[in-house]
Design a protein around this ligand. Structure first.
Ligand code: B3K
Ligand code: ZN
Length: 876
């Protein structure tokens, strides 16, 4: 397979006018008739052939304007269909017939079957597994779909758009027809057929149109879809209020399926979801599950405008829809929940997932320029960093400028397959601001490092801030240019108020945003009458690494007095990280680990401060994780030492705060009815972090065991079970809890996934044996991506000590799994393999073992394009 390059982009020679598909569904032999109307593009080469994409297809019939084509006029291979000698300017009709086997489709791309339900996944290049087609996002057409299937087994026949009609057919079969008037690319096509239960509602749009809403789930699971429905209605309303975007069909459907390669898919009018992100009730879903459902329902719905009405010209523009839609779902969740707490969670996620990607062998720009396998670019860089870039545009332009730019984008590009440049231009045209240098955020990979230092001159009443930026080298980009970095800042005075300097020199400052545009820049603020404490990159206004040497006193000052909760959390994190890093160094050298008194007191003071919302206090108590410490240490990492050091610090905090934690535990007790709202979830989060510290302080499983027995919702139960398993893996209480949990939920695979994940993340070398044993458990279904992710994925991604065993067994296990999964589901295999993306920052012995494991994968001659691409980039 060859590399695709942005520089080679060319529009198609033929314009697709209309698509008319007829499916005769059969589990192993489904017939697809595709009638495609084309005309040659004006100005295109009059002799150019029509080349259609395929993937594992066999051609069974081909007509041109209803006449059979002579064999010499076309060539068909599994990957392509080439037709020559086609008309000059007038439209013509091609009819292609293929037969496909949904039951045998283990890749879960194209048309497949899951639990007896037919469903499709076409993004990015799955449609070509259904029929020969110009399968690229800049080919847009209206679709008419007819589905014929056995009526008893498939009472439900769904596709995109509005329902046209249906009726009985022959031999117990029936049919349904759908028409989607909105021109769309093939990756947004969807078909679902089967027997499912439904939850129904309606939504009246801002212009007064009534839209039917339907969420389809397995029969019997309907009550677990009501939260998703509620989230959907709130999303539709929010998109009208905040972005002026109205829904555009008579019906909006969501279908939950149990075998799915990712979270969900935004097919026009017919979203298909991993059931993990639809189904929830208090007994089986955690607060995190509820928050994920809300966010993903919103995300897919928001794609209707950012992705579907305005789509991507080519796959290099993926962040045009994904970064923007993540930004929109982040804003939605922030409005539905606590904005600062949401922002803290986003930044934690960005730093723990995107920063390592950007610092390792898989680093790539938000707008890449080449790919070998597009499925490997659905990354946290394209999604989350892409969203941060849009957040920066909003910061640079202010709310009004940003709104003007968005309005212009919707207005100017509705119906287009657009580019990142088109998008940025809308903000320039709407506001007059030059975003040329800013656009480097799309093109340069790597997390910029900004080094800052402040100095106060009492005699002159000035505060001077010196800044220097450096963007690290990344694969294919050895040298970088200085970026335009918007840094939100405040100069905080003794009493907690913010200084208002009389003047500033050295660069542009707009409101509370300082524009760092040079490699080195010094800003001087005058009229600052007493020494301020600098708070920089507030709300994480730019996705950078910031080195700002601040005393514990200054950080403590921000942690206690800042009006902005995010800044307080950031200060506490900055206070904790050096301590945790030192703890890991000390643990590695066998020295006594110390917890800084300044950290302990600031932490406990915040945790006990009733004026602050509980969810925030829980975030503070969570401290940076082991992967955060590894990232900050940067190289020569020993995961065992990091774990030991961090654990010792947590124990010291637990000891010092024992009374407080006891107190928090009793005051957050709730016996009333469960509610998934953010405030209640926040109380549970605080309660559970107190419980976590108490199990450190008490050194016995009894308190977690009691919490497990008392739990009346999944959040509390899972936390108690996690504490038992992770702190006391061999205790009787732990095996009792694990057994009770399995017995109670053994008919619910999504809950058993939690049971797998808890055990796969038990720290220490012994866990690999446990994981291997669990793979023999009858609940572990090899072909199901959720099962594989919760057992294998949790182990490789979220168990630093277990996976990174010094003897390399963890890496060999991964290699073995990759080679086993790859032939069946390459996308899943490639994704799990990225858990090794930071292997170069391990200490030499582990790094050697990791390299050998990667080489053993690389040696296999039958790798998929997906895994081949990842393994080669990781070894380069
Ligand atoms: N657009 C899909 C992701 C498709 C992934 C293809 N490998 C879901 C989303 O981002 O909303
Ligand atoms: Zn998306």
């Amino acid at each position: 397979n060859k590399v695709v390059e942005l520089a080679n982009y060319h529009p198609t020679d033929f314009v697709l006018e209309r698509v008319d598909l007829t499916f005769e569904l059969d589990p192993t032999n489904s017939k697809v008739d595709a009638r495609l109307i084309f005309h040659r593009r004006e100005g295109a080469d009059a002799t150019a052939p029509l080349v259609l994409d395929g993937d594992e297809l066999t051609l069974s019939g081909l007509l041109l304007d209803q006449n059979e084509l002579p064999a010499e006029q076309y060539d068909a291979t599994p990957q392509s269909l080439t037709i020559r000698d086609l008309p000059g300017a007038s439209p013509f009709e091609i009819t292609v017939t293929t037969f496909i086997n949904p039951e045998a489709n283990s890749q879960l791309m194209g048309l497949y079957r899951t639990n007896g339900v037919y469903c499709t996944q076409c993004e990015a290049e799955g449609f070509r597994r259904i029929t020969y087609f110009p399968d690229r996002p800049d080919v847009l057409a209206p679709y008419t779909i007819t589905i014929i299937a056995d009526k008893a087994a498939n009472p439900l026949l769904l596709s995109n758009g509005n329902y046209l009609g249906g009726g009985n057919y022959d031999e117990g079969r029936h049919f349904a027809a759908w028409f989607d008037p909105h021109p769309k690319p093939s990756y947004l096509f969807a078909l679902v057929a089967g027997d499912l239960g439904v939850v129904e509602d309606t939504f009246t749009t801002m212009s007064g149109r009534e839209v039917a809403l339907k969420i389809y789930v397995e029969r019997g699971k309907e009550p677990r879809a009501t939260y998703a429905m509620d989230a959907l209605k709130r999303s539709m309303k929010w998109d009208e209020d905040r972005f002026g975007r109205e829904y555009d069909l008579d019906i909006f459907m969501v279908v939950a399926v149990s075998d799915f390669n990712m979270g969900a898919m935004e097919n026009k009018g017919l979203n298909v979801f991993n059931d993990k992100y639809v189904l929830a009730d208090p007994e089986t879903a955690t607060d995190q599950d509820y928050a994920n459902i809300e966010a993903i329902i919103a995300h897919e719905y928001f794609h209707n405008w950012t992705g579907n009405r305005i789509t991507c010209r080519d796959w290099f523009q993926l962040s045009l829809k994904e970064g923007l839609t993540v930004f929109r779902d982040h804003e939605f969740s922030a409005d539905m929940r606590s904005r600062p707490v949401k922002r803290i969670a986003e930044v934690r996620h960005l730093k723990s997932e995107q920063f390592p990607e950007d610092a390792g062998p898989l680093a790539h720009p938000v707008r890449p320029t080449k790919y070998r396998e597009i499925n490997n670019f659905y990354t946290t860089t394209v999604y989350e960093k892409g969203s941060e870039v849009i957040r920066m545009i909003a910061t640079l332009l202010g709310p009004e400028g940003f709104k003007k730019g968005m309005d212009l984008y919707f207005d100017r590009h509705d119906g287009d397959a657009a580019t990142v440049e088109d998008f940025v231009k809308c903000f320039e045209d709407a506001t007059g601001r030059d975003l040329n240098q800013f656009s480097l955020w799309y093109h340069q990979a790597g997390t910029p490092l900004v080094t800052a230092s402040g100095a106060y001159d009492a005699a002159a009443s000035t505060f001077t801030l010196s800044l220097e930026q450096r963007v690290p080298a990344t694969p294919g980009q050895p040298t970088k240019e200085p970026m335009h970095i918007p840094l939100s800042f405040a100069l905080i005075l003794d009493n907690g108020s913010v200084a208002t300097p009389t003047a500033v020199s050295g660069g542009e400052v707009t409101g509370d945003v300082l524009h760092l545009t040079e490699q080195k820049q010094t800003f001087t603020f005058s009229g600052v009458s007493s020494r301020p404490v600098l708070s920089l990159n507030r709300s994480f206004s730019a996705p950078i690494n910031l080195h700002l040497d601040q005393s514990a006193d200054d950080l403590g000052h921000i942690a206690r007095h800042d009006s902005d909760l995010f800044a307080r959390w950031q200060a506490l994190t900055d206070l904790a990280l050096p301590n945790l890093m030192q703890a890991s160094r000390d643990a590695r050298e066998g020295k006594e680990v110390e917890a800084s008194p300044a950290l302990i007191s600031a932490l406990l003071e915040t945790a006990g401060n009733h004026a602050l919302e509980p969810a925030f206090r829980a975030q503070v108590l969570a401290l940076p994780g082991e992967s955060d410490i590894a990232r900050e240490l940067g190289s020569n990492n020993d995961p065992d030492a990091i774990h030991a050091g961090r654990t010792a610090v947590l124990k010291a905090i637990a000891g010092a705060g024992r009374d407080l934690f006891q107190h928090l535990l009793s005051e957050t007790r709730t016996d009333g009815e469960f509610s998934p709202d953010a405030e209640s979830a926040g109380r549970r989060a605080l309660r559970n972090s107190a419980l976590s510290y108490l199990t450190y302080a008490e050194q016995s499983p009894s308190i977690a065991a009691k919490a497990f027995d008392d739990a009346n919702n999944m959040t509390d139960m899972l936390q108690a079970m996690t504490l038992l398993a992770h702190r006391f893996p061999d205790a009787e209480e732990t095996s009792a809890a694990l057994q009770a949990f399995l017995k109670r939920f053994d008919n619910n695979p999504l809950v058993i996934d939690k049971w797998f994940a808890v055990q796969a993340t038990i720290p220490g070398a012994a866990t690999l044996g446990r994981v291997r044993a669990l793979m023999e458990n009858p609940h572990f279904v090899r072909g199901n991506p959720n099962r594989v992710r919760s057992l294998v994925g949790s182990f490789t991604f979220s168990n630093p000590t277990g996976f990174n065993r010094a003897d390399g067994e963890g890496y060999r296990f991964l290699a073995e799994q990759i080679l086993e999964i790859d032939p069946k589901n390459p996308q899943l295999a490639a994704r799990i393999l990225t858990s090794m993306r930071s292997w170069r920052s391990l200490e030499p012995q582990r790094a050697d073992q990791a390299r050998s494991a990667l080489l053993s994968i690389d040696r296999s001659s039958s790798l998929s394009n997906d895994v081949r691409d990842i393994v080669e980039r990781m070894l380069k």
